[in-house]
Design a protein around this ligand. Structure first.
Ligand SMILES: Nc1ncnc2c1ncn2[C@@H]1O[C@H](COP(=O)(O)OP(=O)(O)OP(=O)(O)O)[C@@H](O)[C@H]1O
Length: 299
């Protein structure tokens, strides 16, 4: 269980995180979404005791991170996959962490196996690792202490499609066994595939949170027609609010039945009609966080 309670972080006059609150329950994966500079990493760093909050607090299984006697046994953290000493081998990194946490060395091989780093990779220095291998090692470090909670900042960064698919299964399995996962990602489809709940942050504030299905149901319907121009006119006439997608379709703020009926009444041939799904998540994300990445770019 993770509880983030009215966290605020200011750097001088700049507010990076403002009054952020959410909970992550056991058995769930929570996707933490937001554009560049939205405050995701800062929130995660505060949760993991690496950045002191200006106000508010956060707990992991009921205690602030800094009060956990052996945090690695409770919460596995992957915030920066490049943080490992480049001169150590993967196995040395894990051996050091196992000694610090009091974890049986026998778990090292099993954890390496779990994250798909073979014996040859484990013998190589981290400096020679690809980004994807560093992510896998970071995940191994997070899992080594057999924690109940995982906090992962952009864990899919640098992973190939197969690696992303593998990680999805790993996180789902972790949650299905009663674990709590908080993960940030820019890969909306990936988050949609694995998360049960979403917290969307923009400009340091939570702009939406809730069950993924519930949020996506509010994201509307994706519709495409052979004649997009006629579809636009039809949607306007039926007073169904629609936004054009980049790929010629429309996201409509109505359920698929209403959109299909309007199209049928107008005699239109539709080539796609469905609940918006990942198109909806992208749309929801862009709508909710509109302007905040621009603000970041010009700050
Ligand atoms: N140590 C710091 N000093 C000053 N400003 C900071 C510091 N750390 C973060 N910030 C600012 O806080 C804001 C939030 O940054 P943060 O890294 O948390 O965003 P993010 O959502 O993780 O972004 P990204 O997706 O790009 O990683 C940004 O405007 C950033 O410039």
């Amino acid at each position: 269980m993770i509880e983030v309670d009215h966290l605020t972080k200011r750097y001088g006059p700049h507010t990076a995180v403002e009054d952020v609150s959410f909970r992550c329950e056991p058995g769930t994966v929570t996707g933490f979404l937001g554009p560049n500079g939205a405050g995701k990493s800062t929130t995660m760093r505060m949760l993991c005791g690496m950045t002191p909050p200006t106000s508010g607090g956060a707990t992991v299984v009921g205690r602030p991170y800094r009060d956990l006697p052996n945090p690695g046994r409770v919460i596995g953290v992957l915030l920066d996959a490049s943080a490992q000493h480049a001169g150590r081998t993967g196995r040395e990194v894990l051996a050091l962490a196992a000694a610090t946490m009091g974890v049986d060395r026998g778990r090292i091989a099993a954890t390496l196996d779990l994250v798909g780093l073979n014996a040859t990779a484990a013998r190589r220095r981290v400096g020679a690792y690809s980004l994807g291998m560093r992510q896998r090692l970071g995940l191994a470090l997070a899992l080594l202490g057999d924690p109940r909670v995982l906090v992962l900042d952009e864990p899919a960064n640098g992973l190939d499609p197969e690696g992303i698919f593998w990680m999805r299964g790993l996180l789902r399995d972790f949650a299905d066994r009663g674990g709590t996962v908080l993960l940030s990602s820019h890969l909306l489809r990936e988050v949609e595939a694995v998360a049960d709940r979403l917290v969307v942050i923009g400009g340091g504030r939570v702009v939406a949170q809730g069950g993924k299905d519930e949020l996506l149901a509010g994201a509307g319907t994706l519709v495409r027609a052979r004649d997009p121009h006629a579809l636009r006119l039809t949607l306007d006439r039926a007073a169904l609010p629609a936004t054009a997608n980049t790929d010629g379709g429309f996201v409509v703020r109505a359920d698929p039945g209403a959109v299909g009926q309007a199209a049928a009444d107008a005699g239109l041939v539709l080539t796609e009609l469905r609940a918006a799904g990942s198109g909806g998540l992208e749309h929801l994300f862009l709508t909710l966080t509109a302007g905040s990445s621009t603000r970041e770019a010009v700050r």
